[in-house]
Design a protein around this ligand. Structure first.
Ligand code: NAD
Length: 489
């Protein structure tokens, strides 16, 4: 029997229940067991959190610290995240269903700590500019914090994605209100106490839990909020931009994707097959960057599929707490139903299921109620079909055969999304050529999901606007101000 955690809001340096005392239940996808009761916040809670962040920004000590003093506290925060890696990783394994080996051991928790320490270091390197106007005037530019920043993140990589926003927001001197994903709020709930332990003043980091349409909307439309940084679905991103427009907040949205993984006939299949497997099934395919459309050049289709299907079938699906597990469950019943509906659609439309398409047989009794699905491969030659156009966000990959480079580019760009793309070829000139033609924010050649925190990350088309990473994040979380001085007599 799992302990049921009580998860509270974090406002002005302390845990507080929702103002009306309401909670909502969180279950684990591993077994459907209840694991937490979480504060279900209202407009009143959003108001309290924003007021705390406002006061801390306008009158608190945070903005008066030197950059070095702020950065030192953030580096301490990163150290505490590493010290608590086991706890954070275990919570994400239980809450999201991530294999423990992807969270704790060298995985997402390390990256989360790095998200904080990287921006602490980065802030210390930032500088303004000067624009002299002959001998008459001089302009100089400063980069000031924007103010109260609302950070909203999705359920698939909750802790890592929240720290990806929190690092630059705090390093730039802002105060924040975090709205964690209601499906997987447990690890993010710890960020307030971690900040406090690192010496970050009360009111700088606040967290309110609850439904996006209620407390999320209360935050994005709030008059005292200056900025919204959102990662989530394209549908919600649209609503948020509309809601934030009433007060002209700064808004950045990182949204859905439907990446194509292109396997040219001159690819090295020893690299391409495991690479495409990783792109398709990491985090049970619940990754915005997932290579969910697999374009394979026709002359290697049989050889590629033989190896790809064999690797997918060899996958160990099961309890994420087991270090041998390759793939855990889908996050929730709703998501399981959504993903299954695409498989049903494929079957109803006569598409060939090359692997998976069902729950694994012989799940151990204790996890038999969990939302497990085998890695699924569907031969879906029509690029316009629903399965190739909509974001499925589960362990389902559709295979689209193609003949020429031009045809591949056309298929890849036939999407409302443009988050990323992956190219497998040993021909460097072709790799560059195709990379330039794909309309997406990130292209990987002969690998997938390799991240350098300095580079721009974000989506083209309906995958979002704005970029995160290095100077791109710092520009978003600061307000450039020009000061013009008359120096002539
Ligand atoms: P979602 O849009 O349903 O929810 C994301 C967050 O927004 C949650 O915290 C939710 O509570 C909140 N929210 C919902 N309605 C709101 C509203 N009206 N106002 C304010 N907040 C609201 O997304 P999800 O289902 O949690 O996540 C999956 C989606 O996220 C996928 O589309 C995936 O591609 C995308 N994603 C994108 C990236 C990226 O970097 N581009 C990364 C991870 C996930």
């Amino acid at each position: 029997m799992t302990n049921i955690r009580q998860v509270y809001n974090w406002i002005n340096g302390e845990y507080v229940p929702a103002s009306n005392g309401e909670t909502f239940d969180v279950t684990t996808p591993i077994s459907q067991e209840l694991i937490a009761e979480v504060s279900e916040s209202t407009q009143e809670d959003a108001d309290r959190a924003v007021a705390a962040a406002r006061e801390a920004f306008d009158n608190g000590p945070w903005g008066k610290l030197t950059v070095k003093e702020r950065s030192d506290k953030l580096r301490r925060m990163a150290e505490i995240i590493i010290e608590r890696a086991e706890e954070i990783g275990t919570l994400d394994a239980m809450d999201v269903g991530k294999p423990i080996r992807n969270t704790v051991q060298g995985g997402e928790v390390d990256r989360s700590a790095n998200n904080i320490s990287f921006f602490a270091d980065y802030a210390e390197m930032m500088h303004g500019e000067a624009f002299p106007m002959g001998k008459d005037y001089i302009n100089y530019t400063t980069y000031d914090p924007v103010g109260v920043s609302v950070l909203i993140t999705p359920w698939n990589i909750p802790f890592m994605l929240t720290t990806w926003k929190l690092g630059p927001a705090l390093a730039a001197g802002n105060t924040v209100v975090i709205k964690p994903p209601e499906v997987t709020p447990l690890s993010v709930a710890l960020l307030g106490e971690i900040a406090k332990e690192a010496g970050i003043p009360d009111g700088v980091v606040n967290i309110v839990h609850g439904k996006g349409g209620v407390v999320g909307n209360a935050l994005t439309s709030h008059e005292a909020v200056d900025l919204v940084s959102f990662t989530g679905s394209t549908k919600t991103g649209t609503i948020i931009q509309q809601s934030a427009a009433n007060t002209q907040k700064k808004v950045s949205v990182e949204l859905g994707g439907k990446a194509a993984d292109i396997i040219f006939s001159d690819a090295d299949l020893k690299k391409a097959v495991p690479g495409a497997i990783r792109a398709a099934y990491t985090n049970t395919g619940q990754v915005c960057l997932a290579g969910s459309r697999l374009l394979v050049q026709e002359d290697i289709l049989d050889a590629f599929l033989e190896a790809f299907v064999a690797e997918a079938k060899a996958f160990k699906v099961g309890d994420p707490n087991d270090v041998d597990t390759d793939m855990g469950p889908i996050v929730s019943e709703d998501q399981f139903q959504k993903v299954s509906s695409y498989i049903d659609w494929a079957k109803d439309n006569g598409l060939e299921i090359l692997a998976g398409g069902k729950r694994p047989d012989n799940l151990p009794e204790e996890i038999s109620e969990g939302y497990y699905l085998e890695p699924t491969i569907i031969l879906a030659p029509d690029p316009n079909s629903k399965i190739n156009q909509e974001e499925i966000f589960g362990p389902v990959v559709s295979v689209i055969p193609f003949q020429t480079e031009e045809e591949a580019i056309k298929i890849v760009n036939n999407s409302i999304y443009g988050l990323d793309g992956v190219i497998w070829t040993e021909n460097l000139a072709k790799a560059h050529r195709v990379a330039h033609e794909i309309k997406a924010g990130t292209i990987w050649i002969n690998d997938w999901f390799v991240r350098d925190l300095r580079v721009p990350f974000g989506g083209a088309k309906q995958s979002g606007n704005g970029r995160e990473g290095g100077r791109f994040s710092m520009e978003f979380f600061t307000e450039a101000k020009n000061i013009c001085i008359r120096i002539k007599d």
